[in-house]
Write a protein that binds this ligand. Structure first.
Ligand code: UGA
Length: 441
């Protein structure tokens, strides 16, 4: 089995490497020749744990290669995956499908023999039909089926998510295409992974419904956390107390500074637009988008409040700027608004992130970028944890007290224990938890 993966962004590169690990011959295609050169030299354009080794192993085994030559890669492929970007269109929040449609045209011109064209990019309902139309228009003689096969990979654990998925979703009514897709995912049958075969539109919608549901779940617990703060309850216990109910589930109930990243913000907005357009507005998701957007700004206010309501002339240490740990991705990270809010209130910001600083430097002005967490805290008046990198979970509290001019920590990820922080002499503020709890008996 041979496949061509069009687009070596996050999804394309991880999926391509993982399919090659399954034993499939994979050619990853990108227009960006510098990216292809980089990959050929064994360097990864993104930070994802395990990816570099997986790529190297499969390149060495001759199952994975990289090229800018789409036509040759497509001509010999049994299946061609479209994994190009679908960013939010400027101004209206709709998914920008120009890259998907551009790829469809080029693929159509190059296909030879029966080929399954698979959309892996997150695309609004109906995109598969348009891809099919473009292919038929460009090459009326092409023998293709267009299938939807959304991905559910999380940045930072994408390889594990691909290799051990909760499910695989495949949207097609063609038996021939179904056979090819079954063959590609055959190794997952060994783990009895559920494969949901459905129509193309349903598959396209499953992807958006999954992401918007998860965004709503996070936003729900974030609002409950705000309520906890006023009624003196503990959101961590609320999350556990409701999460143990199998109908609710424990995952994605961590209160924090609001969701960010390359998917939830873009996908929630895109589904809201799709629903508006067809006259079936999604009130819950509209509210989720609105509440989450405001939350990021409120987090700057929370830090300011933790510093005694005034940060003018003060220095705040920020630990973590990426939207979550184990990634260098800064897209829609809450840190962007938090830092801007603190600076607008007159604070100086010293920041450290293990992987995100190169990207963050391009997006944030006036920040002093530091060597490590302790360097960031040197002579700062307070420290705020914005991203829960493992290396921030066990900081030396005594050393921190020596470095900080005041022992103040605002923990937006609830990775420290309020009791222990109080005992260590910190003014400790977290999300949705009483400032100090009574010591356990
Ligand atoms: C998300 C989905 O989880 C994947 O299944 C999906 O494939 C992907 O989008 C996509 O559409 O490509 P990702 O954006 O990598 O994956 O990251 P998540 O781990 O889902 O986190 C998203 C945001 O939610 C982060 O800002 C994170 O800090 C926040 N979050 C997550 C919380 O605030 N609380 C939680 O309990 C979980």
């Amino acid at each position: 089995m041979r496949i061509a993966m069009i687009g070596t962004g996050y999804v394309g590169l991880v999926s391509g490497a993982c399919f090659s690990e399954f034993g499939v011959d994979v050619v990853c295609v990108d227009k960006d020749s510098s990216k292809i050169e980089m990959l050929e030299a064994g360097r990864m354009p993104i930070y994802e744990p395990g990816l570099e080794n997986l790529v190297k192993k499969n390149v060495d085994a001759g199952r994975l290669s990289f090229t800018t030559d789409l036509a040759t890669a497509v001509a010999s492929a049994d299946a061609v995956f479209i994994a190009v970007g679908t960013p939010s269109r400027r101004g209206d929040g709709h998914a920008d499908l120009s890259y998907v449609y551009g790829a469809a045209k080029e693929i159509a011109a190059a296909v030879q023999g029966y080929t399954v064209v698979v959309t892996k990019s997150t695309v609004p309902v109906g995109t598969g039909r348009e891809v099919e139309r473009i292919i038929a228009e460009t090459r009326p003689d092409a023998d293709c089926d267009v299938v939807s096969n959304p991905e559910f990979l999380r940045e930072g654990s994408a390889i594990e998510d691909f290799m051990r998925p909760d499910r695989v979703v495949i949207g097609t009514k063609s038996e021939r295409a179904e056979e090819v897709m079954r063959e590609l995912y055959r190794p997952l049958y060994l783990f009895e992974t559920p494969i949901v075969f459905t129509s193309r539109q349903t598959s396209e919608l499953i992807k958006y419904a999954a992401n918007t549901f998860l965004a709503a779940k996070i936003t729900f617990i974030n609002e409950i956390a705000d309520l906890c703060e006023v009624v003196d309850a503990d959101v961590q216990d609320v999350a556990r107390g409701i999460g143990l109910d199998g109908r609710i589930g424990r995952k994605f109930l961590h209160a924090g500074p609001g969701y960010g990243g390359s998917c939830f913000p873009k996908d929630t907005l895109a589904l809201v637009r799709t629903a508006e357009e067809v006259g079936r507005p999604l009130r819950i998701i509209e509210t989720v988008v609105d509440v989450n957007a405001k939350r990021k700004h409120q987090m700057a206010e929370k830090i300011i409040a933790g510093c005694g309501d005034d940060v003018s002339g003060k220095t705040i240490a920020i630990l973590g700027v990426t939207f979550k740990p184990n990634t260098d991705d800064m897209r829609d990270s809450p840190s962007i608004e938090i830092v801007a809010g603190l600076q607008a209130a007159g604070a100086d910001v010293r920041a450290y992130d293990p992987e995100g600083m190169t990207e963050a430097k391009e997006m944030m002005d006036g920040v002093i970028w530091c060597e490590d967490a302790y360097d960031a805290m040197t002579d700062a008046d307070a420290v705020a944890i914005v991203t829960e990198w493992n290396q921030f979970r066990a900081l030396d509290l005594d050393r921190m007290k020596d470095l900080l001019s005041e022992p103040v920590m605002i923990d937006l990820r609830n990775i420290y224990n309020p009791d222990e922080m109080a005992q260590a002499g910190f003014h400790y503020v977290s999300i949705g938890r009483p400032a100090t709890l009574s010591a356990p008996a």
